[in-house]
Design a protein around this ligand. Structure first.
Ligand SMILES: C=C(O[C@@H]1C=C(C(=O)O)C=C[C@H]1O)C(=O)O
Length: 94
């Protein structure tokens, strides 16, 4: 017998390891969303300072289409939530 073989993982092991990866992914997703919010606010601030509109619906439609293509129908909800987070952040962050 080969004593060096690793023992089979229990279901608890698999759940714990999966949750650790999910927790890490969630932290990274939140950091990415925060980065997106900041970049979006900068674009909106520059456009408003130049006399333009804060919101550009044609661009928002492109964003929504990208998420829908990537994630299917629920992607639309994800995009709308992201756009909601990114709107109204022209001033300094709270
Ligand atoms: C950031 C922009 O401004 C607004 C915010 C958008 C976004 O967060 O993706 C998209 C369109 C605009 O309503 C932009 O025009 O690119």
């Amino acid at each position: 017998m080969d004593d060096t073989t690793t023992p089979p993982q229990t279901s608890e092991d698999v759940i714990d390891a999966g949750r650790t990866r999910i927790d890490d992914l969630d932290r990274r997703i939140i950091a990415l969303i925060t980065e997106r919010v900041d970049i979006s606010a900068e674009i909106q601030r520059v456009r408003v300072a130049a006399g333009g509109a804060r919101v550009q619906l044609s661009r928002e439609m492109e964003v929504i289409a990208r998420y829908r293509e990537g994630l299917g129908k629920p992607g639309t909800t994800v995009a709308l939530t992201l756009l909601e987070l990114c709107r109204g952040r022209v001033g300094p962050r709270a």
